[in-house]
Design a protein around this ligand. Structure first.
Ligand code: GLP
Length: 242
């Protein structure tokens, strides 16, 4: 495990974007595993900036996103499909045919999860997986207790996650979908590199617990301690307890 200390959010975003752009420069046809949430937004902005300056080219990159709300159509502004297009895909030269997310409108969970695992397999696995972390240690939507050996599966979101995500739904808990399709921990652990970004004092406790506590399904991110190429980039606040 490598820990990179950043001064603040901007610095964290630049450091994370540097790692991602290095991956794309070294392997232009790489597979990037991407994440939603507030934390990676600055990382995407930095990548867009470097793309606009001609420093990084996404034309051959394939992406697979971690998760999607079950039941939300792509066009819904709160879908992760919309989030990724608004915050990243629409601003760089990524080929739309190489963008992959779970399909929230396929309500046949078994079929959709199988399809998504095949997508990841068929693109040759993930070269670099970007992650945020939930306050309860969830990665993607792998909530506490999620089995480490799962591939893509359908999850019931915890009340804490629903509460944390209501800010994206006009603060209305009733509008937050209660289920999601998520890449499993097994798939995340099979990524050749994993990069987790964290910022703010609110993440300090879980960062300490996940990366300096026991490896346990009760703290899903803790499994990353076992990953052979795992980098944590955090700002001073998020890393303040370690
Ligand atoms: C959601 C996403 C996760 C993300 C988490 C934390 O639950 N499914 O991938 O890591 O939120 O979000 P934030 O970065 O906004 O704290």
């Amino acid at each position: 495990m490598k820990i990179i200390r950043a001064k603040d959010y901007k610095d964290m975003s630049r450091k994370a974007a540097n790692i991602i752009s290095a991956q794309v420069i070294m392997k232009p046809n790489c597979v990037l595993g991407l994440a939603t949430g507030g934390t990676p937004v600055g990382t995407y902005q930095q990548l867009i900036d470097w793309y606009n300056k001609g420093d990084v080219d996404f034309s051959e990159v394939t992406t697979v996103n971690l998760d999607e709300y079950r039941g939300l159509p792509r066009e819904n502004p709160q879908s992760y499909w919309s989030f990724m297009h608004d915050n990243f895909f629409d601003h760089v030269n990524i080929d739309p045919a190489r963008i992959n997310l779970p399909d929230g409108t396929n309500l046949d969970a078994a079929a959709e999860c199988k399809r998504y695992d095949e997508v990841i397999h068929n693109v040759g696995g993930i070269d670099l997986q970007l992650l945020g972390i939930g306050h309860d240690g969830h990665i993607g939507f792998n909530e506490p207790g999620a089995a480490f050996e799962l591939g893509t599966h359908c999850v019931d979101l915890t009340q804490e996650t629903i509460e944390a995500n209501k800010r994206f739904f006009d603060g209305n808990v009733d509008l937050v979908p209660k289920q999601a399709y998520t890449m499993g921990i097994k798939t995340i652990m099979q990524a050749r590199k994993v990069l987790l970004v964290a910022n703010g004092a609110g993440k300090a406790e879980i960062i300490k617990k996940a990366f300096f506590g026991p490896v346990t399904p009760e703290v899903p991110a803790s499994i990353l301690q076992m990953h052979p190429d795992f980098t944590l980039v955090g700002d001073a606040e998020a890393l303040s307890l370690i």
